[in-house]
Design a protein around this ligand. Sequence first.
Ligand code: FAD
Ligand code: NAD
Length: 472
Amino acid sequence: MSDSFDVIVIGGGPGGYVCAIRAAQLGLKTAVVESRGNLGGTCVTVGCIPSKALLQSSHLYEEAHHSFASHGIKVGKIELDLATMMARKDDVVKQNTTGIEFLMKKNKISYIKGYGRIAKAERDAHQVTVKDLDGKEATYTTKYVVIATGSEVTPLPGVSIDEKQVVSSTGALTLAKVPKSMVVIGAGVIGLEMGSVWRRLGAEVTVVEFLDFILPPMDGEVRKQMQRILEKQGMKFKLGHKVTGAKPGKDGVAVTIEPAKGGPAETINADVVLVAIGRRPFTQGCGLDAAGVKMSNRGFVEVDENFQTNVEGIFAIGDVIGGQMLAHKAEDEGSVCAEILAGQPGHINYDAIAGVVYTWPEVAGIGKTEEQLKEAGIAYNVGKFPFTANGRARANGDTDGFAKILADAKTDRVLGCHIVGPAAGDLIMEVAVAMEFGASSEDIARTCHAHPQLAETVKEAALAADKRALHI
Ligand code: FAD
Ligand code: NAD
């Protein structure tokens, strides 16, 4: 392997590997350094992909229990084979990691296995040292370094994660048996997704959340509706509470909680505790300090609008630079960063990045929430349409939720969209495209939507923004 490159990307997650592909497509000699032993990062190995595999399997299990009969499908005794479910999940992960390795070969990208560190920061000739799994070191020279080292679980003081009884999202993806009870700390995306998986498989799940509501960044109406739906499904919530300790023992974990605003402590016992209070940037041992790269006081790498750090030729993308910690945001930053390195202009519209929670029903949001518009003093129109009034949702037997479009009161430009409902994550993408093109809600309303489609709910919400929904 050559020891000199145009670009070395440190970290082979969705940000890093996509950056490497785009750089190679643009003719740059590229290497990607990854220490995990496979490519795909958090997302593919312990994040998006395995969690979605388990969400899908557990959704089918729940459907078999609760929905098949109403469709006139009789099944015998339904049994859970958790080992097979887990093996399927592992296989899905493997298909993805090997697929990415193939993409590296196809694009003639050097895949360097090991831990990367910036050994010397020198304009146009930075040095990156990689320590491989046997401890052997090799040094490479490169014009540009892209830091794409991602994030890690935020620990909670007083609660130590052993990945058996007290687990992070990683341990929650590999439990060997269904716990009778589970306490989830944090009603964010991971808490609700992984909490849903284990509740569907039979655990009694209690979610403890510091704030007075679930899913903090989402639109307020969406948060309330989703909490009601999850409660109806059997998930319990302890809102406005913080966890102050978790003591594992022979009979489970004793979790101490206190009201966030002060008050008497109480103890909840659970077989398993999932800590899901957020993620923090990961830059350990990367040589950033020695290279003089500036970081925020929360540990995020600081970059300018071109993803360049304060050190010329050193760039950073993905979770490690903060913002929405999402795989598609990291991927787009990877592509755009590579285009900038190749001398092209690059641009990301951070106002049109959808956030999706893959519970059932799903939750999806893009652009501004009503709370944000009110705070900014922007006059807006609201169009809302429930799935109960959508023919396809009725046919599917999936009528929980609604779609809501927020449009500028003066110009009708779409400012945001928030959906709770079946396949909300897919449905929101037409609004993402509309927002990218600066569309009005009238543009969505006048677009002919195929019938019978769940997407007609979005069209009707757009019509409702002008008080002329047709089917309600
Ligand atoms: P990462 O994916 O974290 O990749 C960084 C890589 O760098 C890692 O593989 C790490 O091993 C490697 N690395 C670090 N330091 C070094 C070094 N010095 N040398 C070599 N290699 C190094 N996002 C979504 O959009 N949709 C989802 O459904 C979703 N589900 C998730 C579920 C879970 C349980 C979790 C934990 C996260 C989920 N996310 C989801 C978030 C998503 O995984 C991250 O936003 C995304 O992976 C960030 O990509 P990245 O490339 O910045 O970093
Ligand atoms: P999160 O930020 O989504 O939610 C953390 C929750 O924990 C918040 O509601 C917060 O108020 C609460 N919290 C914080 N400290 C607490 C405490 N001491 N006690 C009780 N509650 C506390 O974080 P997450 O769910 O851990 O997810 C991490 C990241 O991974 C997110 O940024 C998310 O974007 C990403 N992710 C995305 C997806 C997806 O896109 N579907 C799925 C999983 C993870």
